[in-house]
Design a protein around this ligand. Sequence first.
Ligand code: PLP
Length: 390
Amino acid sequence: MTPVKPLNHVISNCPPSGIRRFFDIAQQMENVISLGVGEPDFVTPWRIREAGIWALEHGHTTYTSNSGLLPLRERICRKLATRYGADYDPVTECLVTVGVSEGLDLSLRVLLNPGDEVIVPEPCYVSYIPGIEFAGGVAVPVKTDSCDGFRLHSERVAEAVTPRTKAILLASPANPTGATQSREDLARLVDLAASNDFYLISDEIYDRLTYVGEHVCLGTLPGARERTIVLNGFSKAYAMTGWRIGYACAPERIATLMTRVHQYTMLCAPNISQFAAIEAIDGAENDVHEMVQDYDRRRRLFVNGLNQIGLDCYEPRGAFYAFPSVRRFGLTSEEFAERLLMEERVAVVPGGAFGPSGEGHIRCSYATSLAQLESALERMDRFTKRLAAA
Ligand code: PLP
């Protein structure tokens, strides 16, 4: 007999990611310029790959301790201390995870009881809302707008707070907008969290890809440490998406429970990737610097180009995304993206994939060569001129 008992209703009701659908279509077409992918176009720097090879050759193919190799945790905490003045104990307050993705999942599972609310500034990274729901929580979006650089207004957050508010989940720099939040706005948020007793989950995966101003590590703000989980990883800054390596830093009482879930569900992050990550911290600073400069050049060229062809785009300050408005063309962001792909073979992601507040925009990743970006701009120019003439 065919089984008929329903599968998990939260997961069954969760729509598939709006990013994947466009990838799948684009992959079956020829001559497509993809601005859809949210990952570096660089290969992992050679010295990091070499460290991975070394680890393989020397038989580091077993599990590591659940929390991760201590020398790696020591380096992570030291790096956070020297760069941002953060203060985390590598033994009790730092956990090596399978990417920031696992760190997000662990944070939500550890913080939430069924029905707890998590405030999410929107538009937001596609995994946040499903992740909250999978952990039994309820996502409460707070709108941010392009007109003021997607600033997160604490008054708007305050309006969304209820007795069930357990946490806020935010990223600065952010995906899909490239927006960063100022130290003052983040401090106001921390005050709000303290006065209403909720936690802060800070996804800082794009910290090194900050082009304007300085990155603020949320856990270092006055009053934040005890209620903040800082998540970060190696995917973006070191071009290591496929190595699946990240980390979480949090006060001991939270880190201990995160480690407990990780211990039962994941055991540990990949051993050879941990060796590679050690080399990334020790030796790849110049590589990071060069990649960041390259992204910044592309950012300036691409964002200027978008504005020149009438795709209004505020200046993204971090990450590697531009999030221009397509409102004036009278199409939904999905229609715009679909026609751009079919008619001009440029793949972008419709803004609605990042929540209703993303509607009216498209996300373009500029983590691709300058030559490709220039061709994409030419094609987009042709496309928008045709739309405007119709
Ligand atoms: N957080 C944000 C904001 C992202 O944009 C991404 C990937 O695109 C992730 C987390 C996932 O990162 P990781 O590869 O470390 O799992």
